[in-house]
Design a protein around this ligand. Structure first.
Ligand code: IVH
Length: 674
């Protein structure tokens, strides 16, 4: 066995662990994705050459390549209890009085509480022996759970090996940590969009999506769901003496676990109550779901004295936020046709205030759902925001029916083109299969012009609607033949907006290949897959000629996606459109192929962008910075190196001046990046 290889492997692993923690736990990466991938590749190569040196805690071992047939059951060392909960401040005060009575504490003495966000996810326990992650399980019935170790290992925030920062604490021989696995709202939205595209049933909320993802038997699929975790309690530990809950949180944080940053020590119950109401208002600013707050007595001696009932500890309580629901009436059910022909029923509602916004439409998902919930036109329904994002109909208030409500029948043909509709391969979604359907064309054009795709500012649904109806545009390649005169007479268009739009269309001709691939609207190909394809093929022509075999050989492209791509490019209609796009000067090659991957002036530096840049869309500028090894963040801090300033800058400019951050106008940014 070569000791140098062994040393090198250990060294690489510890560097990668360090950067994993910086990226996934602290949210403060120190190196670019490119540099990180390079380190990982180096480790993979060394391990390939020395397979005898592979250990389960290596960062390369996060994603197992074998599905399991079922999850073994595990017994919890101590039961995973639940928490008593309340919705009222008065009951929180009663909780404080009860503790004092039981522990013989004077009514006027303050009890310290740690108040935390109650993360709406899935309870998980993690078991470590001598600092190594051995096993992780779900709560199950509280006594036995499912061993979902392989899936948990895909969550980069969960350390496979514990560390001790500052050398203050020792790694205990055994420690069990409990916390919540959750799915960020943004990921939830992406998963649902993808499921809709594929004709699969969507998840009702991020919690269900997280649960579904943890229960997948193939960890390779779980890894793609980008689950996250916050830990909040030590379930069991040997060899450490602890005094307070706050200290527990500090220790597990030092060991490398993700602890939610909003836990607060409150000096008494009144302060705890104030902190709860503060978060009731602030919770929508988070990118994950929080369904309440958890209030925990800080002293471990007091916790022990109070003990637990068979269901829940007596020293903690959860304050649940009021669910964000409202009752309103369905005025009409309309059927929307998506860009791949999917028919979705949507309820038009009597407008109602919900979670701070007025809601007048809600998705009914699919026609099976309408039938299952027996939703009728004229019904009063309970609506809620799933993941606080998409309003949806929860239930029908049947007691409010007058008898005049109308059953909504599943359409037999496309509501727009009257073309045939059907479900293929037992899909839940009904689809219109007419390739010339105007509704689909409109959605495709809308998608083509959207931010992640060709990013044509000003080309929104209302304009597209008119352009297609008036026959100016049949497919997205026709956008590039539009003239000022075609636009200026449209409704809601003036001289200025028409010339702006012409300008935006001109600019978009030069977008990078990944944007174009994404914009084409190939079934099952979103921005991420488009980036992978662009990096691999460099030109649209090469991608169009690729075979299923060739595509499947690319890491991250599976058989379904490969087939979709081949089907797309074999289609006569598609070939015509692509010919037209090229004839109109749309770029079909990968830009920046020759650009060095790293640039000294940019690598490792942190950028913030404010205002509108002339030459770049926001995401192009971000991409350029990342490609050159820099980082982009959304707010200015002391750590920001450069603020790139465009037209109409926001308050970030003042903040940067205040902090003495270097300010770059667009030309200076150009110079720096070239
Ligand atoms: S402490 C005895 N802290 O809420 C249970 N739980 O509704 C100890 N939860 O089962 C849990 N955020 O899954 C605790 N900051 C937090 C939490 C939290 C979410 C979950 C947990 C628990 C459920 C009860």
């Amino acid at each position: 066995m070569s000791t140098t290889a062994k040393e090198k492997i250990e060294q690489l692993r510890s560097i990668i662990r360090y950067h994993d923690h910086k990226y996934y736990v602290e949210n403060h990466p120190e190196i670019s994705d490119y540099e990180y991938d390079h380190l990982l590749k180096e480790l993979q190569n060394l391990e390939k050459a020395h397979p005898e040196l592979i250990t389960p805690d290596s960062p390369t071992q996060r994603i197992a390549d074998q599905p399991v047939s079922q999850f073994p059951s595990v017994e919890h060392k101590t039961p995973m209890l639940s928490i008593d909960n309340t919705y009222s401040n008065e009951e929180l005060k009663e909780f404080d009085r009860r503790i004092k009575r039981m522990a013989d504490i004077d009514a006027n003495t303050d009890i310290e509480y740690v108040v935390e966000l109650k993360i709406d996810g899935i309870a998980i326990t993690l078991w470590y022996e001598n600092g190594l992650f051995v096993r992780g399980a779900t709560r199950g019935d509280g006594f036995h759970g499912d061993d979902v170790t392989a899936n948990l290992k895909t969550i980069r925030q969960i350390p496979l090996k514990l560390s001790v920062s500052g050398g203050v604490y020792k790694i205990p021989p055994i420690i069990e940590i409990r916390g919540e696995v959750y799915l960020p709202n943004k990921e939830f939205q992406l998963i649902n969009e993808e499921r809709e595209e594929k004709g699969e049933i969507q998840f009702a909320n991020p919690r269900n999506a997280a649960a579904g993802s943890l229960k997948l038997l193939d960890p390779r699929i779980t890894a793609k769901r980008h689950l996250k975790m916050f830990v909040y309690v030590i379930g069991y530990v040997e060899g450490i003496k602890l005094e307070s809950h706050l200290q527990c949180l500090d220790i597990i944080k030092a060991m490398g676990f993700p602890v939610n940053p909003h836990a607060k020590l409150c000096k008494n119950i009144d302060e705890a109550i104030r902190y709860c109401s503060e978060w009731d208002k602030r919770r929508r600013t988070l990118d994950y779901m929080v369904d309440g707050m958890v209030i925990k007595a800080n002293s471990l001696a007091l916790q022990e004295q109070l003990g637990s009932t068979s269901k829940a500890p007596r020293w903690m309580i959860s304050f649940k936020f009021q669910p964000e629901q409202a009752v309103t009436r369905i005025e009409k059910i309309v059927v929307q046709v998506g860009k791949t022909g999917t028919l979705t029923p949507v309820a038009n509602l009597t407008p109602v205030l919900l979670a701070g916004t007025t809601v007048s439409r809600a998705s009914l998902h699919n026609f099976d759902e309408v039938k299952r919930k027996d939703v009728r036109v004229g019904d009063h329904v309970v609506v809620q925001k799933a993941g606080e994002i998409i309003p949806q109909v929860v239930t029908v208030v049947k007691e409010k029916r007058s008898g005049s409500e109308k059953v909504f029948a599943e359409p037999l043909c496309c509501p727009v083109c009257n073309g045939p509709v059907s479900r293929e391969n037992e899909e839940v979604y009904l689809r219109c299969y007419n390739p010339l359907c105007k509704a689909q064309a409109k959605r495709r054009i809308q998608y083509f012009a959207s931010r992640d795709a060709m990013d044509i500012e000003g080309l929104g649904p209302a304009i597209i609607e008119q352009l297609v109806d008036k026959g100016f545009v049949e497919d997205y390649s026709d956008i590039f033949s539009l003239r000022y005169d075609d636009l200026v007479n449209l409704e809601r268009m003036g001289k200025k907006s028409s010339s702006n739009l012409i300008h935006a269309i001109e600019n978009s001709r030069g977008r990078d290949l990944d944007r174009l691939i994404c914009a084409l609207g190939i079934h099952n190909v979103g921005l991420h897959t488009a980036e992978v394809l662009s990096d691999h093929f460099d030109t649209l022509d090469k991608l169009a000629d690729a075979t299923v075999d060739e595509l499947e050989r690319i890491h991250e492209i599976g058989p379904v996606v490969a087939q979709s791509i081949v089907d797309f490019f074999q289609n006569e209609h598609t070939r015509e459109i692509i010919k037209k796009l090229k004839a109109k000067g749309v770029n079909t090659k990968r830009l920046m192929v020759g650009v060095p991957q790293k640039n000294k002036k940019i690598s490792g530096k942190s950028f913030v962008i404010t205002g509108k840049l002339e030459k770049y869309s926001r995401s192009d500028a971000e991409k350029l910075i990342k490609r050159l090894g820099g980082r982009v963040s959304s707010s200015v801090s002391k750590k920001t190196n450069y603020l790139v300033v465009g037209e109409d800058p926001g308050s970030k400019l003042d903040k940067a001046k205040e902090l003495g951050v270097e300010i770059l106008a667009e030309e200076a940014f150009d110079q720096l990046t070239s």
